[in-house]
Structure formats: C-alpha cells, structure tokens
Design a protein around this ligand. Structure first.
Ligand code: ADP
Ligand code: MG
Length: 321
C-alpha cells in the first residue's frame, strides 16, 4: 500500500465542520463570527511517550486526547485536527486500530480530521487541534488573582502509578494496575468542564507534567504565588488502592505524577457556588486545594498547616532521564 492509498483508506472521511477536508493542498475551516481559533500541537514519540507494545487503538485515542486536553484548558470547543505521522512501515492492521482509536474520540467530540502529512520514519505522531472559543473568553494561564481559590478536577496520580509499575519501582495488584494503565493509556480530556469554566475561572492549565509543575506555569504567568493544602490533595485526589500506599508515595503520585490530563484552575471566592454547580452539571469531581497569594512562591502546607519542603520535580524532557 502506498502513501496515498494509506491516507485514503485510514484517514479520509467527509468533513462536517470544515468546508474542505483531506485531499487538497490546504484544508478550509470557517470560523463563526465572534469566535477565535484556539490552536495547539502535541507530539508523541515512540520510546519517549509510549512503548512499541502499546495497543494502537489506545495510542490513537491518546494522541488526540492530549491535544483535546489543551483545548479544554483554554475553554475551547474542538472543531478539527491535523495528523502528521511518521511510520517505519505500512502495517494495515496496526493502522486500522490506530485510526479507530482516533475516530472514536474525534466522533465523540464532533471533531474533523482535515489533513496532515505522512512519511516513513521512526514512529512519531504529531496532532494539531483547532477549536473555537468566544473572543476574549479563552482561559489563559495569566489571569490568577491574589485571593483566588485553586481547584483541581478528577483524581490524580493513576497514570504515574502505572508508570512506576512499568518501571519496576512499585508492585500493585493486577486489577489495580489494569485500571491505572487505562488512565495512562486512555486519558479523558475535560472538555465540558473547560467550556463551563469560561467567564468563571481566572486561569487554567491541563495537568500533563504534574499538578505542581503545571500550577507553577499559572503562578509564573500570573505573577502570583499559592498555598496548597497537600493533605487535601492526598486525601481527596488519591483514589482507590493508592490510599494504601505510604504517604510519601501518595504525595509524589498526586503532586507530581504526570499524564493525568485533569484541569488545575483558579477562581474568585464568590464563584464557589457556580463551581459546585458546574461540577454537578459536567459530572466532574472538583476539589478546592488552596489559595493564590501575593508572595510569588508556591508553598506546600502539611496537615498541621506547616510549610513543607517542595521536593517534587515535575516532568521536563530535557532534565529527566
Ligand atoms: P502535499 O504534498 O501537498 O503536502 P500530501 O501529498 O502530503 O500533500 O497530502 C495529500 C493530502 O492528504 C493533503 O490534503 C494532506 O493534508 C492529507 N494528509 C496527508 N497525510 C495525512 C494524514 N496522516 N492524515 C490526514 N490527512 C493527511
Ligand atoms: Mg505533504
């Protein structure tokens, strides 16, 4: 099978949001009046972001999910995406499963594949997503204000738990591992929550590299600091089997475990009732974990309210091994 048959077979379907999809030199995407395009790219590299043994359907899902998560973090609604793919060989059954993983998630969010590029090379998947957000309502990292509350969606640490098992650093029961592995391999982008937070949250980011690391991005961009209640983080955000692990491990998993694709965001105190309401309407658990302060420091408080040393490194491709 050649390059064009491959595209035709696995990656070409009629576009719904786009005026013109796969097949021409460019795709064409209309933007509704009063909306802005929100655009983001994320690349997944074999050996770096996933193992060669990963189920290709999960890989397709994850490649799109991590991109949609960026749209969620800025409150945008997905419209379309581009897929740039380097493949070592044409393996039809692999491509069929991979594309199913992509289509299922794309369909769930009414998002068109409108183009891309395909080349031979070490397995590498780069997706660019395009979404719409009403002008001036995009959630940015830079809007957190002193006195705002800090919140996190969902639960944290499962993906890192699975990674620690893969690395041979932790042993857990098989059924617990399977669940954690699913969270790592098939993350759920928090799109409904992101859109519901427009006009309510003052800043937001998705958690790809770990809660503290991604919160730091908000704090830096907003020129503020925060006090984080680590006891609240551990007791509420660690779930299931994780609660049996030593406290230090639970802290590491929840505070610095990456790949969760939950949202961390800030909002003024007067928005507490709204946030409780949208937690219900979007079926998303939301936990208040701290407060923005004017110190420009991220302070971690233990259950006594005493400051702890921040020994939690977030993931950095050029620092970590
Ligand atoms: P060009 O050479 O003009 O860049 P290509 O020959 O690379 O175009 O691609 C032909 C068409 O197929 C284009 O519309 C391109 O966007 C689309 N395409 C290429 N690879 C993919 C892919 N992996 N998924 C979706 N569309 C793709
Ligand atoms: Mg090309």
């Amino acid at each position: 099978m050649g390059e064009f048959d491959l595209i035709e077979t696995f990656f070409k379907r009629p576009a719904r949001n786009a005026t013109l999809g796969v097949g021409d030199d460019c795709a064409l995407l209309p933007v509704r009046a009063g909306q802005q395009l929100a655009i983001s790219s994320d690349m997944l590299v074999e050996g770096r972001h996933f193992l060669s043994t990963v189920n290709p359907r999960f890989l397709g899902h994850k490649a799109l999910a991590v991109n949609l998560s960026d749209l969620a973090a800025c409150g945008a609604e997905p419209k379309a995406f581009m897929l740039a793919l380097a493949l070592p060989e044409v393996n039809a059954s692999w491509l069929s499963e991979f594309s199913k993983g992509i289509w299922d998630l794309a369909d769930a969010h009414h998002c068109d594949l409108i183009g891309g590029d395909t080349t031979r090379g070490p397995l590498n998947i780069c997706i660019t997503v395009l979404g719409e957000v009403p002008a001036h309502l995009a959630l940015l990292r830079s809007g957190a204000k002193v006195g705002d509350d800090v919140y996190v969606s969902g639960h944290l640490g499962d993906a890192r738990l699975a990674l620690e098992v893969f690395r041979g650093r932790l042993t857990i029961p098989q059924n617990v591992f399977e669940q954690a592995r699913l969270r790592m391999e098939m993350p759920t982008p928090r799109l409904a929550l992101g859109q519901a937070l427009r006009g309510i949250a003052t800043a937001a980011a998705d958690i790809s590299d770990g809660l503290l690391g991604d919160l730091q991005h908000i704090l830096k961009a907003s020129h503020v600091g925060a006090d984080i209640d680590t006891a609240m983080v551990v007791s509420t955000l660690a779930s299931g089997f994780m609660c049996n692990l030593p406290l230090a491990t639970q802290r590491m998993l929840t505070l610095s475990g990456g790949d969760d694709y939950e949202l961390v965001f800030t909002a003024p105190e007067h928005a507490r009732a709204d946030i409780a309401g949208l937690s219900v309407s979007t079926h998303t658990p939301i936990t208040r974990i701290g407060k923005v302060n004017g110190s420009q420091q991220l302070r971690l408080l233990d259950s006594e309210g005493d400051e702890m040393r921040n020994e939690f490194e977030s993931f950095d491709h050029f620092k970590s091994d």
